[in-house]
Ligand binder design. Structure first.
Ligand code: SAH
Length: 272
């Protein structure tokens, strides 16, 4: 099996260089693009190594235009999604996955979309709050982007998920030093109250759908800060809330989404 993996990996590489040279000489754009796509998928499928699979996942999101910023690509490349999901064999598939407690880790394209929407508010030294931090994956990406001079705070109401997210982060070479040093932290709490200790934030992300935007989260946003939050019950919109310099807010809907509810711990565990 190891041999056949190597064989396919090598042939995928050859196919890639073939397709690259084709795209240089071919004037029929459609054909050369098609070959590049196929060869990427082959590499993603056969690569025996999770780092390569993670990189291929990021490249795929770039080629589909979901990731457009270098910083987002670098953060998602640095934080291996495979370390954050219960079954690593599905880690790089573009789909949400169950993580227990009636909730899921979001699909890679949703993580990428939220990182992109917050990109300008995740510069080194900035402060970010991740409400409903679950596996800790996105909080780790935030932490890598804001760096050791910044702050990335996760708030999650299931203590067992907080404990496992800390273990996941400890296994990540990119995120674990930030956890040790204190610029990255995950707390047990009701995220509808935000996390006052490090407010105000440049960026707030909410990973679960709220029936309406919690007032505390708007209060904890800096002027110039941005909140990205799914809002609704059965039908939900990913809303982008920008706080203006006079403290007023501008709200727009980015797209329709489907997230688990931002609710009480009891309601979640009852499956409501
Ligand atoms: N963004 C995370 C998890 C998404 S699932 C990831 O991709 O891994 C949403 C998470 O929000 C779940 O972990 C759930 O337990 C948590 N959650 C729901 N309501 C909450 C609340 N009121 N306070 C804190 N966390 C909450």
């Amino acid at each position: 099996i190891a041999c056949s993996f190597r064989y396919y990996a090598l042939s995928a590489k050859r196919l890639k260089s073939l397709s690259l040279s084709l795209s240089l000489t071919q004037h029929e754009g459609t054909f050369s693009l098609f070959v590049v796509r196929i060869s990427r998928d082959v590499i993603q499928f056969w690569s025996p190594n999770s780092i390569n699979k993670n990189k291929a996942m990021v490249e795929n999101l770039q080629s589909h235009g979901v990731i457009t910023s270098d910083e987002v690509a670098k953060a998602m490349e640095a934080v291996d999604r495979g370390l954050f999901v219960p079954d690593p064999s599905y880690a790089y598939v573009d789909s949400p996955l169950s993580i227990g407690y009636n909730v899921t880790i979001s699909a890679p394209h949703m993580h990428a979309m939220c990182l992109q929407l917050l990109d300008k508010n995740l510069k080194p030294g900035m402060r970010v709050l991740d409400v409903g931090s679950g596996t800790g994956y996105l909080t780790a990406c935030f932490a890598v982007m804001v760096g050791s001079e910044g702050r990335a705070i996760g708030v999650e109401h299931i203590p067992e998920l907080v404990a496992s997210s800390v273990k996941n982060i400890e296994a990540s070479a990119a995120a674990s030093p930030l956890l040790k040093q204190g610029s990255l932290a995950i707390h047990v709490g009701d995220g509808r109250q935000g996390w006052g200790e490090f407010a105000p934030y440049d960026a707030i992300h909410v990973g679960a759908a709220a029936p309406e935007i919690p007032e505390a989260l708007i209060d904890q946003l800096k002027p110039g800060g941005r909140l990205v939050i799914p809002v609704g019950n059965l039908f939900q919109d990913l809303q982008v809330v920008d706080k203006n310099s006079d403290g007023s807010v501008s709200i727009r809907s980015e797209t329709s989404v489907r997230y688990v509810p931002l609710t009480s711990r009891e309601a979640q565990l009852r499956g409501e």
